[in-house]
Design a binder for this molecule. Structure first.
Ligand code: NAD
Length: 640
């Protein structure tokens, strides 16, 4: 769970706001995941006409990636966190670049590194008088990544080489000149502009409010930049800077002397390749990933972060600082990665999923997730085998290291005890999705506990029965934050055909309880009507033909007919084996009455349905029978 970003829909705009101004809105892995998840969701959402990304505070839109965690894990020899972060961040950069709807970014103050990856690949990039952009990676031993090499390779003349090697800052005019921004709108007009974008869903107001940008200093120096940075090797560029007169060349030379030789040499090689190949952003990102994948063990990256950001001694001990780089160094850093190559196929992130409760519903749901390529680890109290699912020895083991943990358990009490076991085992930022049908209080309590532990939480009970679970056609009714829903939505899309975001924590269970109260009442009404029809001598098929096309029709009549041999196949045709067991219906009706009690709602039909199912399950022969077995029950009974 991250409080560092505010995601919402306002009017026609999908809105993403960085809310971490005290850290210059530095981009964390959680923020990347949240942005990617919601953008994929908005791509198919007709309500969202465009996306507007902005940031709180005056100092920065986003001053870069949050490299502290990359450093912390990297120095212990654990490179997997950084590689995963970069891989997913680059996929997000590509997603923004090729987004099917306009993406407007509003970039005040600093926009650097990771911030460029978010703000500078969209369709409408807005700057103002305070905007300062840079790709400063060479100063920490990295290369300009997040698609930075793509932008730099398309900048006029040798401006890309100049910016990539020196990490020089661009003002608003420079950013537009170099191809990092499109429009200059004075900051005091931004609130109006965003309001117009939200209200209209149209990008036309940007051009209407845009003004002429300040002159680009880069344009004034273009001839000099082209001359100084024309060399095809770092040595050649250095030599021409050393031989040149004037302040501009001297400042550039100082920067080049400060930065990592390996980073700068690789940057030059990458820009040469990308420019000559007229590459796409995906090719650029794939090339960047070759460097960053190797960067922790084999480049100046960890030393650069140490010197600039951790110890702050500003005295990095670069590799090859005293002599020319061996030819092989650049070739090695940019060599293809084989099976670790960055790919974009499908682009939906394959997740590590823990699945707890693999019964009639959970089993086929987990199997569908595994079939879609996700790595699913499951646990159930009973010994079960599910195709594609690796079984763990405990719920906590299944939850450890998972991106998402899904529970599908019998009731709220069991959910609470499983939650107490798995929440401490889950990684911070992971998402807890409970699909069981439980009481609203348990759903809210578990969500609260999860959020307090730094997790995202969604309650997402389902409708559609075991048939829907197997076919992947369930309906999910979800409660939780927009961010949590966005993470879970791609999984709902695999397991179901519809997912409705009903509101905050507990709203999914509230919707489920109301739906199932209707279902229980309707099933009883349908069954007693068939029993009455029998006694009136009406043929069951004729009864179905009339009611299923008249005002008495319902899901219980039309799709789940309780009379055997009539209507579509249903548990009635299988000796009333569940399907949906009567005791589960009784559980749901009790939940509805418990909720009605605490909300002071008058639900007489729901109360009567609960009473009838309780009698059926507890003192007749309903236990273990499908809930439509109410029909043979009514058949045997008489009035009074
Ligand atoms: P089920 O009894 O078949 O499955 C529940 C599973 O949870 C069982 O395999 C059980 O062994 C396991 N379990 C119990 N306690 C556990 C624990 N502490 N740790 C790990 N596993 C544990 O029930 P189901 O039909 O799959 O229903 C699951 C949930 O889905 C229920 O809340 C139900 O109300 C809801 N639901 C069911 C249907 C349906 O048609 N069956 C439809 C919609 C919703």
């Amino acid at each position: 769970m991250t409080d560092d970003i505010d995601i919402r829909v306002t009017g026609r705009a999908g809105r993403i706001t960085f809310t971490r101004p005290q850290a210059l809105n530095a981009l964390s892995y959680d923020m990347c995941l949240a942005i990617e998840a919601v953008m994929r969701q908005w791509a198919d959402d007709d309500e969202v006409a465009l996306v507007v990304i902005d940031a709180m505070g005056d100092k920065a839109f986003c001053a870069g990636g949050d490299v502290a965690e990359l450093y912390r894990t990297g120095i212990t020899g654990d490179y997997s966190y950084a590689r995963t972060f970069w891989r997913d961040e680059y996929r997000l950069n590509a997603c923004i670049a090729d987004y099917p709807k306009p993406v407007v970014s509003m970039m005040q103050g600093f926009t650097m590194g990771g911030g460029v990856g978010i703000g500078c690949h969209g369709s409408h990039r807005v700057v103002c008088e305070t905007s300062q952009m840079a790709m400063p990676e060479a100063g920490i031993g990295l290369i300009p990544d997040v698609g930075g090499t793509y932008l730099l390779s398309r900048a006029p003349g040798r401006v890309g080489e100049y910016l990539g090697l020196t990490a020089a800052r661009m003002g608003p005019g420079d950013a537009i000149f170099a191809g990092f921004a499109d429009h200059y709108v004075p900051r005091d007009r931004w609130a109006d502009l965003i309001e117009l974008l939200e209200a209209s869903g149209d990008t036309a107001p940007i051009a209407e409010l845009a003004e002429t940008a300040p002159d680009a200093a880069l344009a004034a120096h273009l001839d000099e930049i082209d001359r100084l940075f024309a060399g095809d090797s770092l040595e050649a560029v250095r030599a021409s800077l050393e031989a040149a007169d004037g302040d501009f060349a001297a400042t550039a030379l100082n920067a080049v002397r400060r930065n990592s030789p390996l980073s700068m040499a690789c940057t030059l090689e990458m820009l040469a390749r990308l420019r000559s190949e007229q590459a796409t952003i995906r090719q650029a990102l794939e090339l960047e990933y070759r460097f960053t994948w190797r960067s922790q063990p084999e480049s100046d990256f960890l030393e650069g972060v140490r010197a600039q950001l951790i110890d702050k001694d500003r005295n990095p001990q670069w590799r090859n600082a005293d002599g020319p780089l061996p030819d092989t160094a650049v070739r090695h850093m940019l060599a293809p990665l084989g099976e670790d190559t960055l790919t974009f196929e499908g682009e939906e992130r394959l997740m590590k999923i823990g699945f707890i409760g693999l019964g009639n519903m959970g089993g086929p749901m987990a199997a569908n997730l595994a079939k879609a390529g996700h790595e699913v680890t499951g646990f159930d109290m009973a010994p079960v085998e599910i195709a594609g699912v690796t079984m763990a020895d405990s719920a906590a083991e299944a939850a450890t290291g998972a991106d998402v943990v899904i529970t599908m358990l019998p009731n709220g009490q069991i959910l609470r005890s499983v939650a107490a076991e798995i929440i401490p085992a889950m990684s911070k930022g992971a998402t807890f999705v409970d699909c069981s049908t439980v009481d609203v209080d348990s759903a809210r309590a578990v969500a609260e506990e999860a959020e307090a532990a730094g997790l995202l939480a969604v309650d997402a009970p389902v409708s559609g029965g075991t048939g829907g679970a197997t076919a992947g056609t369930l309906t999910f009714m979800a409660g939780g934050s927009d961010q949590a829903f966005a993470v879970a939505k791609p999984l709902f899309d695999i397991m179901g055909q519809k997912a409705v975001h009903c509101g905050t924590a507990g709203a999914g269970q509230a919707a489920k309880i109301c739906n199932n109260m209707i279902l229980g009442v309707t099933m009883i009404a349908t069954c007693e009507a068939f029993a009455l029809a029998d006694k009136l001598g009406l043929d069951r098929q004729k009864m179905f033909d009339v009611v299923s096309t008249s005002s008495g029709y319902s899901w219980t009549m039309n799709a789940y007919c309780p009379a055997p041999g009539v209507g579509p196949q249903s548990p009635a045709d299988n000796d009333y084996k569940p399907g949906f067991a009567s005791e589960l219906m009784l559980k749901d009706l009790r939940l509805s009455q418990q909720a009605a009690e605490s909300a002071d709602a008058d639900t007489p039909m729901g109360a009567l349905a609960q009473q009838l199912y309780a009698q059926f399950v507890e003192s007749e022969d309903g236990k273990g029978m499908d809930f439509s077995a109410m029909l043979p029950r009514f058949e045997k009974r008489h009035r009074g």
